[in-house]
Design a protein around this ligand. Structure first.
Ligand code: NAP
Length: 505
């Protein structure tokens, strides 16, 4: 049996839950949230590795419409963020909409009925509008290392932590030095017998000014909610002022680079190790990592830093590209996610029978980060070029929710059975503008590679501006950027091209 709904939201992380809250606030209750797992939380459910925390302050990394006066720390841990999302789910009455165990297998646009047919592992759905909030950091990437199948020990990815496997006293190989790995390393180091870090590229690391939020602060936030908003506003404003350095004047980041080098020098006394840990690209090109414990952990006698990527595995011997060999009982891949090649794109089949992956073969692109041409009434939350290098993604998500709300309002005003399909010209114009601005950013000019760039070297992930600019760009749906589709008359065979018309509303 197929359940027909007005809106199907895919995913129940920050994006999906935010969409669900907004739908209810818009008076739309005819919707489901399809979730492949058995609980909400998205990346904050999947990432439970030791040391997992957010490197964006909690008062900014939370919904503006659901402030939490009780954040325990300035940078909260995964369990608190996950609990916050459960709390949001309950507070806003989202449980009846959740459909767990529903992994999207295929989603096809039905041009006759003007709706999406969605086949999931937990049943079939039909939706007039799809809000895809699967997030870019949901499908772990494990490099195709020759000989991985010969490794006799345990292997897992940072986002699929095997809590049943005790690493105490084990020889652990950590692969990667991204935001996940630098949190895992200090958490594991004290308990393992040997930790070998395979570092292909050293990250820039700055101290994390983390502290417990005092009881007095929390009481103040509870008594005077405006103080939570003021705190959030301050955190937002500071980051907003920093954006220009990332997007227009990367040379200004030289000052931050000097601070990061000082942080390294103060933490690592061994000059040889310090040299191995010193990046050779502009700070900010990759995400700037925040940690007080990463460098101290690397200086411990049971840690080896191999300044080379993992290139081969021969049984329990791991071989780096520079020929260094290390023995291990366990391999932890902190090797990131399928961001620009997300698997779900292969399962979304648009109006022309093309998958989203085929449509994006030369690079992801979506009008205002939301709408892809040829995929009517489908919109993404955290879509192409909506990521941030220095601030809270929740700000971008809330902007996209404004866009989603206006999109649904416009459909209601248009009346009848209608769908909007982004005009290819509008998508191209938006994308050309984004890519033009991208040319000057540190992410493109800083001399590094990162997951921000796709296989063609194009930055299709990060927003090259301030969060306020994005807020303005997504306030309203401009109908001129869309083609209006109407359901063909049911009686006779519709001639070619029938069902398409100019938007006149
Ligand atoms: P990532 O940033 O993509 O890092 C992957 C790491 O794996 C890189 O250091 C990469 O090296 C390395 N790698 C890949 N193949 C390798 C090989 N064969 N040998 C050695 N190293 C290899 O992934 P992530 O650390 O999971 O972080 C992804 C994103 O998640 C972050 O950028 C951030 O947005 C988010 N995150 C956020 C937080 C937070 O606190 N808010 C925490 C964790 C994650 P190269 O650098 O040379 O490519």
């Amino acid at each position: 049996m197929t359940e027909h709904v007005r809106v199907a939201v895919i995913g129940s992380g920050f994006g999906g839950l935010g969409a669900a809250v907004r739908l209810r606030r818009e008076g739309i209750t005819d919707f489901v949230v399809l979730e492949r797992a058995d609980s909400v939380g998205g990346t904050w459910r999947d990432n439970s590795y030791p040391g997992c925390a957010c490197d964006v302050p909690s008062h900014l990394y939370s919904f503006s419409f659901a402030p939490n006066p009780d954040w325990p720390r300035t940078f909260s841990g995964q369990e608190h963020i996950r609990a916050y999302l459960e709390h949001v789910t309950d507070t806003f009455g989202l449980r009846p909409h959740l459909r767990f165990g529903c992994e999207v297998r295929r989603m096809t646009w039905d041009a006759q009925e003007l709706r999406w047919d969605i086949e999931t592992s937990g049943g079939r759905y039909a939706a007039d509008v799809v809000v895809s909030a699967t997030g870019p950091l949901s499908d772990p990437k494990v490099p195709d290392v020759p000989g991985l199948d010969t490794f006799p020990g345990t292997v897992f990815h940072s986002a699929r932590w095997d809590h049943g496997h005790d690493l105490t006293g084990k020889r652990v190989a950590m692969i990667g030095t991204g935001a996940s790995a630098i949190q895992i390393v200090p958490a594991l180091q004290p308990g393992v017998s040997r930790l070998t870090l395979f570092q292909r590229t050293p990250p820039w690391v700055m101290p994390r000014v983390d502290r417990a939020v005092s009881g007095a602060e929390r009481a103040l936030h509870r008594a005077l909610p405006v103080t939570t908003r003021m705190r959030r506003g301050l955190l937002w404003g500071i980051r907003e002022l920093q954006v220009q350095a990332f997007t227009k004047h990367p040379n200004e980041l030289g000052f931050v680079e000097r601070l990061a080098k000082l942080n390294l020098a103060l933490s690592i006394k061994d000059p040889a190790l310090r040299a191995r840990l010193t990046p050779d690209y502009r700070i900010g090109c990759k995400r700037i990592l925040l940690s007080n414990s990463y460098y101290p952990a690397l200086a411990q006698p049971n840690v080896d830093v191999v300044a080379s990527g993992l290139s081969e595995i021969r049984g329990s011997t791991l071989v780096a590209a520079d020929g260094t060999e290390a023995e291990a009982d366990v391999i932890v891949f902190g090797t990131g996610f399928h961001v620009t090649d997300m698997p779900i794109a292969e399962r979304v089949v648009g109006a022309g029978g093309q998958t989203l992956a085929e449509s994006w073969k030369d690079g992801m692109a979506a009008l205002r980060g939301a709408s892809a041409a040829g995929f009517p009434n489908w919109m993404s939350i955290i879509g192409p070029n909506t990521g941030l290098g220095n601030s809270s993604m929740i700000l971008m998500i809330e902007s996209q929710l404004n866009y989603m709300a206006d999109y649904l309002r416009q459909l209601r005003v248009l009346g009848g059975r209608a769908a909007l399909d982004a005009r290819p010209g509008a998508v191209d114009a938006w994308n050309a503008c984004v890519q033009e601005r991208m040319k000057r950013t540190v992410w493109n000019t800083g001399g590094c590679t990162s997951w921000y760039l796709d296989a063609n070297g194009r930055n299709t992930t990060v927003w090259p501006g301030t969060t306020s600019e994005f807020r303005r760009a997504t306030r309203r749906v401009d109908l001129a950027e869309y083609e209006l589709l109407r359901a063909p008359a049911p009686v006779a065979q519709a001639p070619d091209g029938a069902g398409k018309s100019e938007v006149t509303a």
